[in-house]
Design a binder for this molecule. Structure first.
Ligand SMILES: [Zn+2]
Length: 387
């Protein structure tokens, strides 16, 4: 039976949903693409309260409630119930549906930088289930999915620890962190991969690492030094023969005019007289810099800057060479992604030859130890080496 939300003002003590020492067990995800009006269906028992005054209960009912919340000049308006300037929290027991997508956990509609934003607060384990099918195909072999689950959980825990409650959300749902879309695409493989690696994260010197991963390293993973400018012992780059079968050559052309437009800010101007000297690391074959003799003198562009300025669409990876053609250059390369940490197609190849995730992960992240984060105590810390 559907019920309408009703005003219910009373004072109740709310207990935090998770009380396990200080080890964080939940993550707050900003749902960047979800906009008002918010059409919410709540399943099971829930409690809605004012975000600022937790004791101000708006509504508490037994499930199957539908509610529409619209933006109002004074805050968020719940149908005939009222306007909430400070935000609303829906603490649920069985999750909710928001604008057509099912989610685990709680829904927070809260003020952030002058607007109201939707934030999904849920257990780290359910979050990893929600991320996994968007970062790796749910049909891939189980051991590859397990490796990805641990990498995704590690990446999530790293950002929870880094944020330390300073911002309303720990991560958002885009590629800036990890793609997340509630319960969409979760199948039995995903559930199995997450549940069979429950609470496991990668650590180095007892700190949670930033579990970087990328699609296809192209034969050798890159070092954090080349891509992020910081040398990290577990991210020095390794030879990866496991993704060989997937390596395809890509080619993209850029005219001198286009090149000069995007590099105008860097004060770099090239023409048909310019030589493009590509320097690569002898071990990894990844481009470290490109030296140019331009009209206004010698210039050098870091490989990782070259890729980000021209965009990863034009320069999918740092394994490339540059050829000159009539009106510009052709960039020819192989692989896809920043290539730091886990190579996803490599994990796929390893799983096919029966390597398990406990072999796969230390192969890419040298010297790491897989730990249950719930046993790491109150002093659990992130291994921070970049902003
Ligand atoms: Zn690889």
């Amino acid at each position: 039976m559907k019920k309408n939300i009703m005003l219910l003002v009373c004072s109740m003590m709310l207990l935090p949903a998770f009380l396990f020492g200080n080890t964080p067990k939940t993550i707050a995800v900003y749902l960047t693409d979800v906009k008002a009006p918010y059409n919410i269906t709540i399943k099971g028992k829930y409690q809605a309260y004012n975000y600022l005054y937790e004791s101000e209960i708006i509504s508490a009912l037994d499930g199957d409630v539908e509610v529409e919340i619209i933006e109002h000049k004074l805050g968020l308006k719940i149908e005939d119930v009222g306007v909430y300037e400070k935000g609303i929290v829906f603490d649920t027991t069985e999750g909710f549906n928001l604008n057509g997508v099912d989610y685990y956990g709680d829904l927070l509609l809260v003020p952030y930088q002058g607007k109201m934003i939707p934030v999904n607060r849920l257990s780290v384990e359910d979050y990893v289930k929600g991320v996994l099918p968007h970062e790796m195909s749910p049909d891939w072999p189980l051991e590859a999915l397990k490796a990805q689950a641990v990498a995704a959980r590690t990446y999530a825990m790293y950002h929870i620890l880094l944020n330390d409650g300073k911002r309303i959300f720990d991560v958002d749902n885009t590629t800036k962190y990890q793609v997340y879309n509630g319960k969409a695409k979760i199948n039995s493989n995903i559930t199995q991969a997450v549940e069979s690696t429950k609470y496991e994260v990668m650590t180095y010197n007892d700190k949670v690492i930033a579990g970087y991963f990328s699609a296809l390293c192209g034969g050798h993973t890159d070092s954090s030094l080349n891509v992020f400018g910081v040398a990290v012992p577990y991210l020095e780059g390794v030879t990866c023969n496991y993704c060989n079968a997937q390596i395809k050559i890509w080619t993209n052309a850029v005219s001198y005019d286009e090149f000069n437009k995007v590099f105008a800010k860097s004060n770099i101007k090239v023409n048909d007289k310019t030589d493009f000297k590509v320097k690569a690391n002898s071990k990894s074959d990844k481009v470290t810099s490109i030296d140019l003799n331009t009209a206004n003198g010698k210039k050098s562009i870091k490989g990782s800057d070259f890729r980000s300025i021209l965009t990863p669409k034009i320069v999918p990876s740092l394994t490339f060479r540059i050829d000159k053609v009539d009106n510009g250059i052709v960039i020819i390369g192989q692989g896809s992604g920043h290539a730091v940490g886990l190579c996803q197609w490599g994990a796929y190849g390893m799983a096919q030859v029966k390597k398990d995730y406990k072999y796969i992960l230390p192969f890419y992240y040298k010297g790491i130890v897989i730990k249950d984060y719930t046993t790491m105590g109150d002093n659990i810390k992130a291994d921070v080496w970049r902003n």
